[in-house]
Design a protein. Structure first.
Length: 458
């Protein structure tokens, strides 16, 4: 009886600690990783590094000098040599270490065994990046960082750079317009595409950039950001007037580059390789970012007259995508569906959009249209996005690389308030003034009654 009582007295705190750890792992994975997961994973890695590398086929035969030294100094068996391991550096979401590859190895060998390494050391995922020839960095992520997105505090932003989402390897996904000038963003209803767009607009609102919007859903997506927009078209008729204005603005900027750099006036636009960033700062025009929401609305036609208007708008969009970068005009094309069946010019427009972000879509054809030509293996990942995870997407570019990302929550009110506070930063572009949206004046709140001090009396 006394032994049972002692067992219960000892087992009670152990059960409580175990239950608390399981609860923290499920509800607060970051806290669990910092207190329990990180020490356990570190001990596993240090104690089993050599055997795990050998089991994964990542060891090589030792050099002759090493074999001779081992035979001369000890009688132990000479075993294969794993990649030399650097210092383990813990992070808030996992840990990092550098590996010096053995002769004859390449980074692809380590990347091919990433799934085995994560199971052997009990972490959520493992990623391999090349640091320099012969050295790779192995990043181990301790838990699913996309389940509850928390952006890093030191997400590197900058001019025309907006951290909008978190990658599955716990690094920020930054929309860099100087590196990837144009992008196609697809997503079905409630997939998180609008949240992605909010982060972009809110991030650019505080920068000296002209924001232009085309929202053919009567402006329901972009109208809340009207105080910061330089122009807004809410139907195809207005878009048909706005796009030629942007093309004319682009041509004027090319004329400015010609005049500054002494290029002949009759030189075709396609042969001009310079851009506005080579101009002096006092002469440089402000960059323009064009947001096109529901791009399919610009392609759809009902009558012969609509078809002519559609062809003109598509041609102008293609011209902006082909030539806009050098003039400082960048495109962010969004939609629920994008395919070749939209009509003439759809595939040509897509070819000019370097960046691709595909949220959950309703059919495989849309995922193939977004990612099939740059990363075919990413199509399956885009088709497997669950509806229970809005904001989850697959991001890629024409380099062939891709990764899963997820956008954190940002309420419409907060994004609209950011645009309201940045309304004074709307640049003065004479060509876009006719398209400036009407911003309702906020009612002036009644001031609180002034309370006068009363003299102290008996």
């Amino acid at each position: 009886m006394s032994d049972l009582t002692t067992l219960l007295e000892v087992g009670g705190p152990v059960a409580v600690l175990g239950g608390g750890a399981a609860y923290a792992r499920a509800k607060h994975p970051a806290a669990y990783w910092s207190t329990i997961g990180l020490p356990v994973a570190t001990v596993r890695l240090l104690s089993s590094y050599g055997s795990v590398m050998e089991a994964c086929g990542l060891t090589v035969a030792p050099s002759r000098l090493r074999v001779l030294a081992m035979k001369a100094m000890t009688q132990r068996e000479v075993r294969p040599v794993p990649p030399r391991r650097g210092i383990i550096r813990p992070t808030l979401t996992g840990l990092k270490l550098r590996l010096r590859l053995a002769p004859g190895q390449e980074p692809a060998d380590i990347a091919a065994s990433a799934e085995r390494l994560r199971h052997a050391w009990g972490v959520h995922s493992a990623y391999v990046t090349t640091v320099k020839p012969g050295v790779v960095e192995l990043r181990l992520v301790g838990y699913d960082v996309l389940r509850r997105v928390r952006m890093p505090r030191k997400a590197a932003g900058g001019f025309l750079k907006v951290p909008v989402a978190l990658r599955e390897d716990a690094t920020p996904f930054i929309r860099d317009y100087l590196t990837i000038p144009h992008q196609l963003t697809l997503g079905a209803t409630l997939s998180g595409k609008s949240m992605y767009l909010r982060h972009l607009i809110a991030g650019l609102a505080r920068q000296p950039v002209a924001l232009v919007g085309i929202d053919c859903k009567r402006g329901v997506e972009l109208a809340p950001f009207a105080p910061r927009l330089s122009a807004l078209a809410t139907d195809p008729d207005q878009a048909a007037e706005l796009l030629p204005t942007l093309v004319k603005e682009m041509e004027d900027r090319y004329d400015l580059i010609r005049a500054r750099q002494g290029i002949a006036p009759d030189t075709p636009d396609e042969e001009i390789t310079s851009d506005i960033w080579g101009l002096p700062e006092d002469e440089r025009p402000v960059p323009v970012v064009l947001f096109v929401d529901e791009v399919a609305e610009l392609f759809l036609v009902a009558t012969k007259k609509d078809e002519e208007r559609r062809d003109e708008m598509v041609t102008q969009l293609i011209r902006l995508a082909q030539l806009g970068r050098a003039a400082g005009i960048y495109l962010e094309v969004c939609g629920q569906r994008f395919g070749a069946e939209l009509g003439k010019g759809a595939t040509m427009l897509r070819a000019q959009l370097t960046g691709r972000v595909c949220h959950r879509v309703n059919d495989e054809a849309s995922a193939k249209m977004a990612l099939g030509d740059i990363a075919p293996e990413a199509v399956h990942a885009a088709c497997s996005v669950a509806p229970e995870r809005p904001g989850l997407a697959v991001a890629g570019d024409t380099s062939g690389g891709w990764s899963r990302i997820r956008t954190p929550f940002l309420s419409l009110g907060v994004a609209a308030e950011t645009c309201q506070e940045s309304a004074h930063m709307v640049p003065d572009l004479a060509a876009l003034k006719p398209f400036r949206p009407d911003v309702p004046v906020r009612p002036v709140e009644a001031a609180a009654p002034v309370v006068l001090p009363h003299p102290v009396t008996d």
